[in-house]
Ligand binder design. Structure first.
Ligand code: UD1
Ligand code: UDP
Length: 364
């Protein structure tokens, strides 16, 4: 009987599932997928199941959007039933979203073991939603899989028993190794016709405040004007809604140097990162992918969970100040950091296999 449930609900969680399920398949481990429904637009959800060949979820909780309390509350209520109905003994939960914390909390209350993939990441910003989620999830998990040495050390420093913690590497690095050929073959959007800056932006801390989002919009306009590069910008639905609300959308969409798109597929996103001159982002995943794919990255945050990207000179943290964003992008246009092999930071593409092996032993 299947007793392993992967729990996902958002774009980055779907993506993390890709290498994991392949590793589980290769060891003959049975599993099912529970989808909370936190992300539901085709471009944030279905596209990844199709492109990455993910199996159909056994349960779809349909929680959708709402306040943090609403989302978490609905997940806890609905996932209890799904865990019971499908006899879950171990919930494997990637990431740090509301879906991750709520599904972990519901599991542990039912006596179900929780395995946290991407454990130990810390931003040191105690009020950041993802920091709250990941700290609590780590402290209720039975098995913890940090992706980097830094994340591993964070867990030990917080007093988590080292026998529960396994430094395995990063499943998103596994994906890049696994899908290398697909990334190279991905079709790029029509507006990409020369050198460009790739941009993503969705953090609540940046886009939910008109002054901060306004500052970012001014930076993008300046980058296009001063450096003469096109900005390729797939827009997250949260950001799209805020740009409309604050009257900023037309300024960007009327600017011929800014190519605004619906969110793109995973392979397209990776190819856009790989071929960009510089990446400008506030995404956790995109920072790391830029580092791995050899594109310098300017991060519109004041801290990062992926310290190695900064330490080795590939990532500059600039917050949302117009001046600092423009200056940092200019620096990387003219200065390429020293090349480095990312495999050593992220587990040589074997993280998912290590996780599958440890879970097999655990269940036996
Ligand atoms: C969530 C995660 C964040 C992660 C991001 C990945 C939390 C607290 N945040 O942020 O850690 O980096 O996903 O992309 O869990 N919306 C749509 N369609 C969708 C999904 C969302 O229109 O399919 C809109 C809704 O207006 C919604 C808003 O986007 O209110 C925000 O969505 P939500 O899931 O609450 O958070 P994200 O910003 O996506
Ligand atoms: N991504 C994507 N399409 C896009 C933008 C990003 O497939 O239009 C991918 C990106 O390459 C990375 C992941 O989504 O693999 C990151 O997710 P996101 O930025 O939503 O969340 P975070 O990593 O910040 O939690």
């Amino acid at each position: 009987m299947t007793c392993i449930s992967f729990v996902v609900g958002t774009r980055p969680q779907h993506i993390k599932l890709a290498s994991l399920i392949r590793a589980f398949n290769s060891l003959g481990l049975e599993y099912n997928i529970i989808h909370t429904g936190q992300h539901y637009d085709y471009e944030m959800d279905g596209i990844f199941f199709e492109e990455l060949g993910l199996p159909e979820p056994i349960a779809y909780l349909g929680v959708g959007s709402g306040s943090h309390g609403e989302q978490a509350g609905k997940i806890i209520i609905r996932i209890e039933k799904a865990y019971k109905e499908h006899h879950t003994r171990l919930a494997i939960i990637p990431g740090d979203t509301n879906s991750a914390l709520a599904s972990g909390l519901a599991a542990i209350k039912l006596g179900i073991n929780v395995a946290h993939v991407e454990a130990g990441l810390r931003s040191r910003q105690p009020f950041m939603a993802e920091e709250i989620n990941r700290v609590l999830l780590d402290h209720l998990s039975t098995l913890l899989f940090p992706p980097t040495t830094y994340a591993y050390m964070n867990l030990l420093k917080e007093g988590i028993d080292f026998s529960k913690v396994f430094l395995v590497g990063d499943v998103m690095y596994d994906n890049i190794v696994l899908f290398k050929n697909y990334i190279d073959k991905a079709v790029l959007p029509e507006c990409v016709d020369g050198e460009y800056i790739y941009m993503t932006c969705h953090r609540a801390e940046n886009v939910d405040y008109p002054d901060r989002l306004g500052s970012i919009v001014r930076a993008v306009e300046s980058i296009a004007r001063v450096y003469g590069y096109k900005i390729v910008f797939p827009v997250h639905p949260r950001t799209c809604k805020r740009l409309i609300k604050y009257g900023l959308l037309d300024r960007l969409s009327n600017n011929k140097s800014i190519c605004m798109l619906k969110p793109v597929s995973y392979f397209t996103s990776l190819k856009l990162i790989k071929n960009a001159v510089v990446t400008l982002t506030d995404s956790g995943g995109v920072q790391k992918e830029s580092f791995i794919l050899g594109t310098p990255v300017v991060t519109m945050r004041s801290t990062t969970e992926w310290i190695e990207t900064v330490e080795y000179g590939w990532n500059t943290l600039v917050g949302c100040s117009t001046h600092r964003i423009v200056k940092a992008v200019g620096y990387f246009i003219n200065n390429k950091p020293e090349s480095i092999d990312p495999a050593k930071f992220y587990g040589e593409g074997k993280a998912s296999h290590r996780i599958a092996r440890i879970i097999k032993d655990f269940l036996e």
